[in-house]
Design a protein around this ligand. Structure first.
Ligand SMILES: [Zn+2]
Length: 243
């Protein structure tokens, strides 16, 4: 048996479908909002850390970034609305190779509007593909959506995304590779989970090329969650953003 480290355990615990658990509650506005996450409970203290996400990606440092190597198979299994986001669980067997390590795709979910900005620009929707290696280290591939034509993969995932506290099977088999742009050029930086407990040491890979979804699809996701679910931009501090 592999040991699941706290970061992965916490991630699965906090974001798993319908985990209506007695953990500390947090939200996106008011007293439980992002400005106060770090002090809601000692477990969230990292939310005041120096290497937090999201960020405005700019001031890039040129690097010889290796092409993103993904091996994604059809594996979207279940869609859940946990009150913070709409999240799609992914069956084991799809992976990302990064820094000579293999990270398994666990789930992907959505933020409306985008959390990261690219050169000062916000997007109406951002998808996060969350991967973990066998030690629980995380890598997130982020993809921005512009408003445009209907997104065929989103249309395959649901007719209507689930409402708060509910889950549903995916409508049709989906390989998430089909949602991503052909060109996987990316920016890279070191960051954190964008939700409590804001754990750091997350490898962020933000795809340069946006994809499209219709305004109705973006609106449906926003209505399903019921509020904006983007954490405000965090200071870059001493980090560099590679391209
Ligand atoms: Zn996210």
């Amino acid at each position: 048996m592999k040991t699941i480290t706290p970061s992965l355990a916490t991630l699965l615990f906090c974001t798993s479908a319908l985990a209506i658990t007695p953990g500390t509650q947090w939200g996106y506005s008011g007293e439980k909002g992002p400005e106060n996450w770090a002090t809601l409970t000692p477990e969230f203290n990292t939310c005041a850390g120096e290497n937090q996400s999201p960020v405005n990606l700019q001031g890039f440092v040129e690097a010889e970034l290796k092409p993103l190597t993904v091996d994604y198979k059809a594996g979207a299994s279940e869609v859940a609305n946990n009150g913070h986001t709409v999240q799609v669980a992914y069956k084991p067997g799809s992976s990302l190779t990064l820094d000579g390590e293999t990270f398994q795709l666990i789930q992907f979910h959505f933020h409306m509007p985008s959390e990261n900005h690219i050169k000062g620009q916000s997007y109406p929707l951002e998808g996060h593909l969350v991967h973990a290696d066998e030690n629980g280290k995380l890598a997130v591939v982020a993809v921005m959506f512009k408003e445009g034509q209907q997104n065929a993969v989103l249309a395959d995932l649901w007719n209507t995304p689930p409402t708060g506290g509910t889950k549903q099977p995916v409508a049709q088999q989906v390989n998430i590779r089909n949602m991503l742009p052909a060109d996987l050029d990316y920016y890279r930086f070191n960051g954190s989970l964008t939700t409590p407990p804001c754990s750091e040491g997350v490898r962020w890979l933000v795809l340069k090329q946006p994809i499209v979804a219709s305004s109705a699809q973006i609106q449906a996701l926003t209505e399903a969650v019921g509020h904006a679910n983007n954490r405000p931009l965090q200071p870059v501090n001493a980090r560099i953003i590679l391209q």
